[in-house]
Write a protein that binds this ligand. Structure first.
Ligand SMILES: [Zn+2]
Length: 125
């Protein structure tokens, strides 16, 4: 009986240590996954934001109005960057077509801009 006690004691200590180590590992794994999950969620929201962005801005002078691309060339490259959503692309032909469509249908731009603002609020508050 006297021999049994220390054995059980050390077994308990080892078991406790194993459990604690396990808990630490689980916790690290959990925090890591949360961060990764938040990161991938943020990236997903950013992607969504970029699909909603009209990549254009409304301009009005007197009774004249029009739309201007928000893409500007990244200095020293052949890439364009949208000043509104941060999208980088080397082909802005799609954006030019969109601007033509906005010019003939202002409502289309208004809708897209509203969706963009909503997505922007969701992402950055
Ligand atoms: Zn954009």
């Amino acid at each position: 009986m006297e021999d049994l006690l220390p054995d059980t004691f050390w077994e308990l200590v080892v078991a406790a240590l194993v459990l604690m180590a396990g808990a630490v590992v689980v916790e690290i794994g959990f925090t890591f996954d949360i961060n990764r999950w938040q990161e991938s969620k943020r990236k997903w929201e950013e992607k969504k934001l970029r699909t909603k962005c009209p990549h254009a801005t409304f301009i009005k002078e007197g009774d004249q109005y029009g739309f201007e691309s928000t893409f500007s060339i990244i200095f020293g490259t052949e890439w364009w960057r949208c000043g509104k959503c941060g999208l980088e692309t080397h082909d802005i032909r799609g954006s030019k077509r969109m601007i033509e469509r906005f010019a003939s249908n202002r409502e289309l731009y208004r809708k897209q801009e509203n969706e963009f603002i909503r997505a922007h609020k969701k992402l950055y508050g």
